[in-house]
Design a protein around this ligand. Structure first.
Ligand SMILES: *[C@@H]1O[C@H](CO)[C@@H](O)[C@H](O)[C@H]1NC(C)=O
Ligand SMILES: *[C@@H]1O[C@H](CO)[C@@H](O)[C@H](O)[C@H]1NC(C)=O
Ligand SMILES: *[C@@H]1O[C@H](CO)[C@@H](O)[C@H](O)[C@H]1NC(C)=O
Length: 457
């Protein structure tokens, strides 16, 4: 066939090809979005027991079975706790140069971390597939909403991951900043009128943090919610709570303005009561405040579960968290303090769900645990370690160097927290039940690492 005839054939078919292209380019993404949001949308039915959907299992995946007389949804739980890290060629959606929000201490590649293998893993839950984070879907689902992250530096770590993930498709505008070290910030995504904020509140309840100049222990008022974030409760549509590590520090605890005990407080004449019950009470007070004040107007609550640290030796020795790969399945189990902290978060969330079911006035409030403890535990390779500072070995390997084996590199494993968060929100949409399940997270500065390590954690 000559060149001319090929061209004329092309000319004839061009309009069809154009139409076909248009159809593919337009309809295909729409179909994908639809399938993503409503995997079984073509069988839409209402769940007969909307309020019981998430009773025991934190996260529920919907599938359907045909019953005589019609389609009835059958709930198949997807437990994000159970799973394994598998190799993934895709890699992160952003990097340390493309996202400007990353805290220096967590921008590992920029600080000279030489290995990149830790960026190529994805979490594979046993019971379901966890899709790669899709920023466009997140933005559409949370259009016209205000999402507030409240907690310690782990909350901040998760928030910064989310901002970076979303920045890959839509540019945020920083609209508020206050407090030292960027403790309170808000971003606005004009494309979707979505606001995302971070509130520093390492205990959730009212607390006075120890300082170099003041007392050397924290003071916690367990029956009073911290007004630094709670003052804005009325303006929030989704609350993501992430606390934990700060509870290990020396502290004196108050209820009704009197001391009920303390922790790690030799020298003070108070009874040592540990921090587990205190952690529980902090959640109880917080969740109660959220239900009392927003239960009637449909705010959603996510609790990110405890994220374990990975110190293998002294916090100030070069190899404090030297691993380059995740633990293999079965190599490590959630135990001890990690297990206890996770359990408290999940239990208090479930107790809150039970309260919302009993209360007449509570409508449309969904609560869910973001159960990241296991997947975090399996990632000793995802921390900044010595790369919390730029090029720590530029002058040779030093005897002593600070290590961060608590927070996560960005990009890094913590991006998966937000993948699960998106799944949770998506399932809420697919299945608008009254209540959900749960998830958690945490934080710290290097000063605190010393203490954590000293105590064998
Ligand atoms: C970071 O991401 C941007 C945008 O995707 C890309 O252009 C750039 O090459 C990346 N930089 C590195 C160091 O990978
Ligand atoms: C986000 O913040 C901007 C600026 O304060 C405000 O105008 C807008 O109404 C907020 N949107 C939401 C959904 O809260
Ligand atoms: C410690 O508390 C006990 C009981 O409240 C009190 O009897 C004792 O005098 C206190 N000791 C000191 C050193 O304050």
């Amino acid at each position: 066939m000559g060149k001319g005839s090929t061209n004329s054939l092309k000319d004839q078919t061009r309009p069809f090809i154009k139409l076909l292209r248009w159809a593919l380019y337009t309809l295909f993404p729409l179909t994908l979005l639809h399938l993503y949001l409503y995997p079984f949308g073509f069988l839409h039915t209402h769940h007969p027991y909307p309020n019981r959907v998430h009773r025991h299992k934190p996260v529920v995946f919907s599938s359907q079975v045909l019953k005589a007389g019609g389609f009835i949804k059958k709930e198949t739980p997807c437990d994000y706790f159970n799973g394994k890290w598998v190799r993934d060629k895709a890699g992160p959606l952003y990097n340390g140069s493309s996202c400007s929000t990353i805290k220096d201490g967590q921008n590992c590649l920029r600080h000279g971390r030489p290995d990149t293998g830790y960026l190529y893993w994805r979490w594979k839950p046993k019971q379901c597939r966890l899709p790669r984070f899709n920023p466009s879907i997140f933005l559409s689902l949370l259009q016209n909403k205000h999402v507030a992250f409240v907690g310690d530096s782990m909350a901040r770590n998760q928030l910064e991951s989310l901002i970076c993930l979303l920045s890959s498709v839509s540019s945020p505008v920083l609209i508020h900043r206050s407090g030292d070290d960027n403790k309170f910030r808000s971003w606005h995504f004009p494309s979707h009128n979505l606001n995302i904020s971070i509130y520093w509140s390492p205990f959730l309840v009212k607390g006075i943090e120890k300082s170099d100049t003041g007392f050397n222990h924290n003071k916690l008022y367990l029956d009073t919610v911290d007004d630094r974030w709670a003052a804005d409760l009325d303006q929030m549509d989704m609350l993501v709570l992430s606390v934990g590590h700060w509870f290990l520090h020396p502290a004196v605890y108050y209820e009704k303005e009197s001391v009920i005990g303390c922790h790690y407080c030799s020298g003070l004449n108070h009874t040592e009561i540990g921090f587990y019950d205190v952690y529980r009470k902090a959640f109880r007070t917080t969740l109660k405040a959220a239900i009392d004040r927003r239960g009637g107007s449909g705010m959603d609550v996510i609790v990110t579960t405890f994220s374990p640290s990975h110190f293998e030796g002294d916090w100030d020795k070069a190899g404090a968290c030297p691993k380059k790969k995740p633990f293999k399945e079965g190599e490590k189990t959630v135990e001890g303090m990690d297990a206890e902290m996770r359990k408290i978060g999940v239990e208090e969330l479930e107790a809150a769900i039970a309260i919302t079911r009993k209360k007449e006035k509570v409508t449309g409030m969904r609560l869910q645990a973001l159960d990241v403890t296991k997947l975090a535990l399996m990632r000793p390779d995802g921390h900044p370690g010595p790369y919390m500072y730029p090029f720590p070995f530029a002058n040779g390997v030093l005897e002593r160097v600070q290590n961060d084996c608590v927070h996560w590199c960005l990009p890094g494993p913590i991006d998966t927290w937000n993948e699960i968060l998106l799944e949770v929100i998506r399932r809420w949409k697919v299945q608008p039940s009254r209540n959900g399940g749960s998830m958690i997270n945490e934080d710290e500065t290097w000063k605190d690492l010393r203490l954590v390590n000293r105590r064998g954690w």
